[in-house]
Design a protein around this ligand. Sequence first.
Ligand code: S3P
Length: 185
Amino acid sequence: MLITRETPLREKSIVLIGFMGVGKTTVGEMVAKKLYRSFIDIDQVIERDFGLPTTEIFKKYGEEKFREYEKNTVVSYCRQRLKVISLGGGAFMNDEVRKACLTNCIVFYLDVAWEEWKKRLNILIDSRPVLQDRSIDDIQKLFYERQGLYAVNHSKLRVDERSAEEVADYIVESLKLSWEIHDPQ
Ligand code: S3P
C-alpha cells in the first residue's frame, strides 16, 4: 500500500462555510487571530483581483465568470496549510470546491435559523447580488436548498443569537480539543 504524507491535523487550514450574512468573515478574522494564523476571505481576494465589489463583478462579467474564479481561488487556498479561510455563501455548492475543502481542510458550518436570518436581510440586500430581484419566498427556497450541501462538513454550529466572539471561541476550543485527542504532542 502506498504511504501518503498527510498534513498533520494541527496544520490543516480551517474553512468556514454557511449562508450569506452568518458572520463568516467576522468570525474567521477572530479565529485566525486566536490561532496566530493568516486569514483569507475569498470574496475579498476576488474583489481585490478584479478591482471591483462582487455586485459589480456580477453585473460586468456575469455570475458564471464569478463562480469559475471563485472555484479556482478556493481550490488554490485550500491546498495551503495553517490558514483560516472564509468562503462566500455560494462557493460550497460547487463539487470541486466541496471536495477540495473536505479533503484538505477542517470545515466548520455556521448554521442559522431561517427566522433569525430573515432579520438580517435588510442589511445584506444591497451588497449581495444573489439576493437582488428575488422574492422572499425565492430567498427562503435558496436558503433551504443550500442547507443540503452545507450539511456535508466536519463540524456544525448554530450561530443564531450568539456573538461572533462566542462563535469564534467555540471553534477554537473544539479545534484544540480535537488536536489533543487525535494529534497529541
Ligand atoms: C454569495 C455570497 C457572497 C458573495 C456573493 C455570492 C452567494 O458572500 O460570495 O455575493 O451566492 O451566497 P457572503 O456569503 O460572504 O455574503
